[in-house]
Design a binder for this molecule. Structure first.
Ligand code: ZN
Length: 302
């Protein structure tokens, strides 16, 4: 029995208990030139995942690094990319450990929704063998075909070689805050949606979840640095700008989707909280509070 069940507010809308988890700290070289705040030689990036408690079981949005990644990182993970990102690979940060700490079992997770299949998002899939895994069809196709050097590094079939119950979707559906094609997901309540945001990868998507007072939009890797969504002077650190350029599959689409997210923040910021996967400040809920202290070493978005 789940200790915290779906709640119904006075207007009849479904409300979930939603937890923000870091399922993988990464410490690339570069300090503040990467994360905008660190004073030392290394930066701190996180793998921001969501744990959503519904009356039909637990839902994970992204999985970070998994226990198998920690136990035997290679060849599950790419040596060049882990050399650049320098993940801590602490078993205590895995989604499975985070759930155990809350008194849950792996089998309580009924659904996993993936923003995309990059290795630092998909590592925990195998820790939850009873879950249905929801992902955009274009993303699964790209991950299976692995065309090119970057694709072979980012998509690591070892992470999902065990039988996985996939559910795939095409970018078509209903409008949501100006986004033309959000998707309701099979077996999940209508307050949990996929919002296609391709560009970083072919089938990249955000995941929207209706929270207590507003929607949450997990934007995955559609952007990396909190100030990229600044409505007037969007900026990015040099390190994260370079990383995004290296990993993008469609430059114009990526920037177009960032622009759409900025418009969403500008016009509906009181209704939708947007955050990305790797910004530690956003995970701590301090994104806007820090805006006034923005460091000088930033670039225009690329
Ligand atoms: Zn990522």
């Amino acid at each position: 029995m789940f200790p915290l069940l779906r709640r119904v507010c006075s207007r009849g809308a479904t409300m979930f208990d939603i937890h923000h988890l870091n399922c993988g700290t990464m410490c690339p070289w570069g300090g503040g030139f990467v994360d905008g705040v660190s004073g030392g030689l290394t930066a701190r990036l996180v793998c921001h995942c969501l744990l959503v408690e519904t009356d039909d079981g637990l839902v994970l949005v992204d999985t970070g690094f998994g226990t198998e990644d920690v136990a035997e990182p290679h060849p599950r993970l790419s040596r060049p990319l882990t050399t650049l990102l320098r993940p801590l690979l602490d078993v205590g940060e895995t989604a499975l450990a985070r759930l155990h700490a809350r008194g849950y079992r792996a089998s309580d997770v009924r659904h996993i929704i993936l923003t995309h299949l990059d290795f630092e998002h998909a590592g925990g899939i195998e820790d939850f063998p009873d879950a249905t895994v929801h992902v955009m069809a274009d993303e699964l196709d790209a991950a299976r075909h692995r065309g090119g050097l970057v694709a072979r590094g980012r998509y690591r079939p070892h992470q999902w070689e065990d039988p996985v119950r996939w559910r795939t979707y095409h970018p078509e559906g209903e409008p949501w805050f100006g986004f033309p094609a959000v998707r309701a997901l099979e077996g999940l309540p209508p307050e949990i949606l996929m919002v296609p945001l391709p560009g970083h990868t072919a089938g990249h998507a955000g995941v929207a979840v209706k929270g207590r007072d507003r929607w949450l939009l997990h934007a995955g890797d559609a952007y990396f640095y909190r100030e990229e969504l600044d409505p007037t002077t969007p900026t990015c650190t040099p390190g994260l700008a370079a990383w995004q350029s290296l990993m993008e599959v469609d430059h114009d689409l990526r920037l177009a989707n960032q622009a759409r997210l900025r418009e969403l923040a500008r016009h509906h910021g009181d209704e939708v909280r947007i955050f990305c996967a790797h910004d530690a400040i956003e995970l701590e809920g301090r994104g806007r509070a820090l805006a006034a202290k923005r460091p000088a070493r930033v670039l225009e978005p690329v």
